[in-house]
Ligand binder design. Sequence first.
Ligand code: BGC
Length: 453
Amino acid sequence: MGFRKDFIWGAATASYQIEGAAGEDGKGASIWDHFSHVPGNVFEGHTGDVACDHYHRVSEDVALMKRLGIKNYRFSLSWPRLIPEGTGKVNGAGIDFYNRLIDELLESGIRPFVTLFHWDYPSALQARGAWESPDSPKWFEDYAALCARRFGDRVKDFITFNEPQCFIGLGYCKGEHAPGVRLPASSTIPMSHHVLTAHGLTVRALRELAPGCRVGYAPCGDPRIPATDSPEDIEAARRAYFATPEGEAEWAFSVAWWSDPALLGRYPEDGLARFGQFLPKGWEKDLAVIHQPLDFYAQNIYSGRVVRAADNARGYEPVPRPVGFPKTAIQWPVTPQALYWGPRFLYERYKTPFIITENGMSCHDAVSLDGRVHDPNRQDYMHRYLLALRRAAEDGVDVRGYFAWSLMDNFEWANGYNDRFGLVYVDYATQARTVKDSALWYKMVMEQNGENL
Ligand code: BGC
């Protein structure tokens, strides 16, 4: 059986992580431009000012993708590059840049998957209250409408938000990402409602302004993996996965809080019981807007956590990691079964075609004496995870695609350039790109639709 014949194989990036040209050609500042320039926020003071200089290397990078056999490319648009102040005046040079990228992709036979928001929020709107403002959904809708009008004639696949868990949870609850503030749930819960409302308004706007396009959503959350195949452990994992975590910051990493309203038209009961008091007045009537039919539901999945049934009030407990468990350079555990149980539980609950929009491994890559980059760990990681995903497909999950994170090494947020997730190695001093062994292996996997796994 294996993967569907029309399985979407691809690679992904995000604007702030690769583009550079942070202050060029009329681009406005994003919260990441500010945050990365504050000493102590990012590993060794790294910033995305230049990043992979992709802004100036579009042709080279598209040619590279073509060589690597990449047929689908997920990238994000920088809102402040398109609308420097977040609302109002449009930056023509920003439109030209993305037009060039989209056209070159299409000429090379590569299908663009456009994420509208991957964290580089306009600083001008941050100053106006950001997601806490009741106007914020409308600001986003207007930006999305611009993207639909300008790019929707050629882009047929859109993703509204990338990982609201992280940009709200890490950005506004924990203060580890831009804008680096720590606000109580009484402020961040209204933000979540506004993000979800922006999502719904955007799905509607895209359908109206770019007829025939497909729209998805890409949140995240570590899947829970049952300790055994017993029905009790499976049920324990399911419950743990969709429970809303308690705590001022932890709630933000919930899967259900961010997906149930969009996919099922309601907030999860346990979350509502604890945090419903903070939702903006009249939130119930927004649910109809938030709950829009989606063409695909996506998730970024890197690792999972093992749980088992337990005789306690919650009915489950975490299983401690074994001593010496395998982990990546960024210290995330290697748990391939996350790509089986995650998609399975998500499809069971949301019954919507499913795509992995990110999965990949941070390794200690280096250019070897022979001039090549040998990354057997990354290849092994992807191989194991793809086998798990294939098993999910064979067990009836409607899995439509897989995007490797990332096309190339890039600015890994608060970790700066310390972590390398790319299929292509980037020498930041020269901007030379070197294809890693894993990219050549992935090319074969894509060509053979995963049959060689
Ligand atoms: C994000 C990416 C990030 C990757 C690895 C995801 O959380 O969407 O931007 O680089 O994971 O951390």
